[in-house]
Design a protein around this ligand. Structure first.
Ligand code: FAD
Ligand code: NAD
Length: 327
């Protein structure tokens, strides 16, 4: 009765589960539809260097997660980021310093998930479309019709809408996953030839189309030729502008940014937009993980908890823990 665990998704949740199982001596096989690991923590290569279009920083409250971060720090994957923080309300920008610890991957967010993946066995560009439960084992089928398996257990570590489709063999879990709706997020990067004459490094925007503005320069381990800024739209604005062409998204959010930031903003030398369809859960949950221990299937991800990197880590850890106690 050998234990062989399929893990669908190489974001923070899937990789955390994989690492914990690997550490316990369990064989795992990871799958991801993308060409690389990281999910919403992946960084995007561009002509001006690597850009963080998803997670740009994260916080840590849980004690165990903080211990993990200390290990990542020792590995050189993360460093603390202490930005000059601002907030904007009704178009008015004001300094908004606080004591919160914030962490960033170095030189980019993807350093963390790349580090976690290490040399674990993984199949990329492989979108799993079906997860079947046979009399004794699980098998997976990918979009090209190819089968994978047999596996003794399956961990589904994808955003909720994708997890509910893959949980068809366990309708109760599928319908719980379906209830976890996820909001889309438009994310834009702008690169300027000359550094903008402002002290702002991060800004929480309380109203309007934008929600968060940040400057890459000044983060630890960055080496950018351009002064690169990241803009994240609110879910409300994103939903209303879901099908807008990328150029129009860039133009509109650039306009909002230029008006907000309080200094003269030239045209960017570089701009890129990325639409996350499943950017973040609409609400947090307290599920931790969804699972059926008898069948050996678990679903985890940020949507099972706080909708943040920490939630994804906690959920992936919990999936591995629950699987291990059942062996
Ligand atoms: P994901 O990272 O989404 O990983 C799921 C993986 O599953 C993906 O790699 C995907 O390709 C793969 N997959 C999906 N379906 C299939 C399939 N059928 N077959 C194979 N593979 C599949 N969090 C914070 O804590 N702080 C922040 O400041 C912050 N900012 C954010 C900004 C943006 C723009 C976005 C989008 C997210 C942000 N987050 C932030 C949230 C954070 O990124 C997520 O909570 C976390 O990365 C989720 O990890 P996950 O493993 O649950 O899911
Ligand atoms: P955090 O503690 O830095 O921020 C949480 C929230 O508190 C902020 O959204 C902001 O509204 C407020 N806040 C915090 N510090 C502030 C300050 N100095 N001045 C004014 N307001 C302040 O981080 P967190 O709790 O780890 O949340 C991470 C961030 O990631 C949040 O901003 C969250 O909205 C964002 N997030 C974004 C997405 C996305 O898809 N865009 C997905 C998940 C999380």
């Amino acid at each position: 009765n050998s234990v062989f665990v399929a893990i669908i998704g190489t974001g923070m949740a899937g990789l955390t589960a994989a690492r914990a199982l690997d550490k316990a001596g369990i064989a795992v096989q990871l799958f991801d539809k993308s060409r690389g690991s990281g999910g919403r923590m992946a960084s995007k290569r561009s002509e001006i260097g690597t850009l963080d279009m998803g997670t740009q920083y994260f916080t840590a409250r849980d004690r165990n997660f903080r211990t993990a971060i200390r290990e990542w720090q020792e590995q050189g994957w993360v460093a603390e980021w202490k930005p000059n923080l601002y907030q904007a309300r009704e178009g008015v920008l004001s300094a908004s310093p606080d004591e919160q610890e914030r962490w960033v991957g170095i030189p980019h967010t993807s350093a963390i998930t790349r580090g976690l993946l290490g040399d674990l066995p993984v199949t990329f560009s492989c979108r799993i479309t079906e997860v079947f439960h046979g009399p004794t084992h699980w098998t997976l089928q990918d979009a090209s019709g190819q089968g994978h398996g047999p596996f003794s257990h399956v961990i589904i570590a994808t955003p909720a809408p994708q997890a509910s489709a893959l949980l068809a063999a366990v309708p109760v879990l599928a319908s719980t996953a379906t209830s976890a709706t996820m909001d889309p997020v438009w994310s834009v990067a702008l690169g300027f030839e000359k550094p903008l004459p402002t002290e702002v490094q991060g800004c929480f925007v309380q109203d309007g189309p934008l929600e968060w503005i940040e400057r890459d320069r000044g983060k630890p381990g960055r080496d950018n030729r351009l002064d690169t800024w990241g803009l994240q739209a609110s879910s409300n604005w994103t939903r209303k502008n879901l099908d807008l062409p990328k150029e129009a998204v860039i133009e509109q959010l650039y306009g909002v940014f230029a008006e907000l930031i309080g200094c003269t903003v030239p045209a960017p030398a570089f701009a890129l937009a990325h639409r996350w369809l499943y950017g973040r859960p609409a609400q947090p949950h307290e599920w931790g993980v969804l699972g059926n221990a008898g069948l050996g299937v678990y679903a985890c991800g940020d949507w099972c908890l706080s909708g943040r990197v920490e939630g994804a880590w906690l959920s992936g850890s919990e999936a591995a823990r629950r699987l291990l106690v059942q062996l």
